[in-house]
Write a protein that binds this ligand. Sequence first.
Ligand code: HPA
Length: 280
Amino acid sequence: MDPVEQFKESIKETTRYIKEKIDTEPQIAMVLGSGLGALADEIEKKKVIPYVDIPNFPIPMAPGHAGNLVIGELEGKNVVAMQGRFHFYEGYTMKGITFPIRVFKSLGANILIVTNAAGGLSRFFKEGDLMVITDQINLMGTNPLIGPTDEELGLRFLDMSQAYDEGLIYLAQQAAKENGIKLKKGVYVGLIGPAFETPAEVRFLTRIGADAVGMSTVPEVIVARHVNFRVLGISCITNLIFKKPTVFPKHEALHEEVLAVAEKSAEKLKKLVRGVLAKL
Ligand code: HPA
């Protein structure tokens, strides 16, 4: 079969599999990042489908990632949430990482809320801050839209001039205000990882206009725009790398720190996302 037809067939097959297990149509899709999966536990009337059971889904390997699709209701809205995401550094393809986004669209969702753990580049940030993403920089050296495509999948040359939806940013700011959460805003830069940044890279990233750096989100958001999702992105600033980028002796130590801070901020993030959902 033609690769484009085969790809579309796999999206349909996965959609059919999930639809058979649920009786609602998700309106809002959510991707929950490292240490931020707790939000999925609050979903009501939920169906939990492990990624390993879903045809055509990649299999998760990163620590701190539960690896479930959680479908149900939150703030009276039908949601589908990825509890744990796929990272390029784990060895998946760009198409694999972003496959779930196409399935969510095919299930009927039209809003995507992405969350991640990120390193803080802006001097105005504190550890544990939440940042609403206003724009992104793709420094992953590749793009999930490379390769054969057709109009049914989306445009060949995608406009990225408004990747993150201004209306949703506004709602997030309102929800933050109402819940007493200080919400920062800024530009997210996506790197492949898995090595953390050198001090020279940190200086570089700051100078090109990035406020937060991470190893995810960028591919998902490109594909989300390709299928015309309205996108809201929230970063949890887990570590301030402009201060002491080399303070941690081992990468593992920093990763544990990232997970611990993300888990602490998960409460705030839950409130914020619930606040946004209630306004939709
Ligand atoms: N760099 C890259 N990705 C990250 C970081 C970081 O400092 N913290 C959390 N994710």
